[in-house]
Design a protein around this ligand. Structure first.
Ligand code: SPD
Length: 357
């Protein structure tokens, strides 16, 4: 009898261990049940303390995964096999994901904090009525530079990047639209240009930049520039603000030919399992105090006007990151150029990267 009890106990312990192991495997593969929420976000794009606070307030466990480009994020969601409850794509990616039926329509009655968003950031052309996406952060693409290391250059024009004095001094963010856009803008073309001759011209011009390019990098661009490992960087404005917080010598400028105005919005992908929790998370991130804390932490520009009122003037009044109408009128939002043209931009960018090696 004793032996039977012992055997039963062993079987129970092994089964419990197995159940625990399976649930661990599921959660690390992005499983979302009712009590977990899988968030798929850009790297360095949320204050981790806020995730903990969301978990404490709701009892929902957050599983957090990151991506470093819209293209990588879309590929993963398109492929399926993972469960993401909330993601944060940029405008042209949102338009493409809508087209491909990859997003769930939002229930605004579950997002009362939507009233805190500045109307300027609502109803934009990539998502009229914000049926599928809710503003998170926005910004520009420009140049961060160290005035002590670039002589008389002020980067009023993109073309100054090609100056011979900048040999091996430039870091580029690893983004096809951003780098191709910079090449196109430097030639006076739109960053949504689709004319083959213009695209080839931009690629050829980028290749001439090669001697000045030290590296094409991801989030590490911030540390490298702040530590003065390079004099100049092509960056998103929010990264510039973080870099300049670390090294006050540096400055940020958007060249006169124009540049990109971008919007990153929260969405619920089609693969979501915890749709209720996803709405709760979106609403949580729109709370004025939460959004203000997040803005101070990540350094990006907030579309939340109630949060803006809580931020110090040195942040909310900084025109480099909250540009006036004159500068905004020179900026373009990326269009969804369609699957084939987006793939072509990526191809050209890849060829430029290969050319460097
Ligand atoms: N490290 C956070 C990066 C967020 C960048 N989003 C900008 C996308 C512009 N298309």
């Amino acid at each position: 009898m004793k032996q039977l009890v012992r055997m039963f106990a062993v079987v129970m312990i092994v089964s419990l261990g197995l159940m625990y192991f399976i649930s661990y495997l599921n959660s690390s593969a992005g499983y979302s049940g009712d009590n977990t929420l899988t968030i798929y976000n850009w790297g360095d794009y949320v204050d981790p303390e806020l995730l903990t606070r969301f978990e404490e307030e709701t009892g929902i466990k957050v599983i957090y995964q990151t991506f470093d480009s819209n293209e990588a994020m879309m590929t993963k969601i398109e492929q399926g096999g993972t469960t993401f409850d909330v993601s944060i794509p940029s405008e042209y990616a949102i338009s493409k994901m809508k087209e491909e039926d990859l997003l769930i329509k939002l229930d605004h009655s579950k997002i009362p904090n939507l009233k805190n968003i500045d109307p300027r950031f609502m109803n934009l052309s990539f998502d009229p009525d914000n049926a599928y996406s809710i503003p998170y952060f926005w910004g520009t693409v420009g140049i961060v530079y160290n005035p002590e290391l670039v002589g008389d250059l002020t980067f009023a024009s993109w073309n100054e990047l090609w100056d011979q004095s900048l040999r091996n001094q430039i870091l580029l963010l690893d983004g096809a639209r951003e780098v191709m856009g910079m090449g196109l803008n430097s030639l006076g073309y739109s960053l949504n240009d689709t004319e083959e001759a213009h695209l080839q011209e931009a690629k050829a011009k980028l290749q001439l930049l090669t001697p000045n390019v030290k590296a094409i990098v991801g989030d590490e661009i911030k540390l490298l520039l702040a530590n003065e490992e390079a004099a100049v960087g092509l960056v998103w404005s929010g990264d510039a603000s973080e870099i300049m917080g670390e090294n006050e010598k540096l400055d940020y400028v958007v060249p006169e030919e124009g540049s990109n105005l971008w919007f990153d919005n929260m969405v619920i992908p089609k693969t979501a399992k915890n749709i209720e929790g996803a709405h709760q998370f979106i609403n949580f991130m729109l709370d004025p105090e939460v959004a203000a804390q997040n803005t101070e932490y990540v350094g990006y520009s907030s579309p939340n006007q109630a949060a803006m009122a809580l931020l110090p003037e040195e942040i909310s009044g900084d025109e480099r990151f909250y540009p006036d109408e004159e500068l905004t009128s020179r900026l373009e939002v990326y269009d969804n150029l369609g699957k084939r043209m987006l793939a072509h931009y990526n191809e050209l960018f890849l060829e430029f990267k290969m050319h460097r090696k």
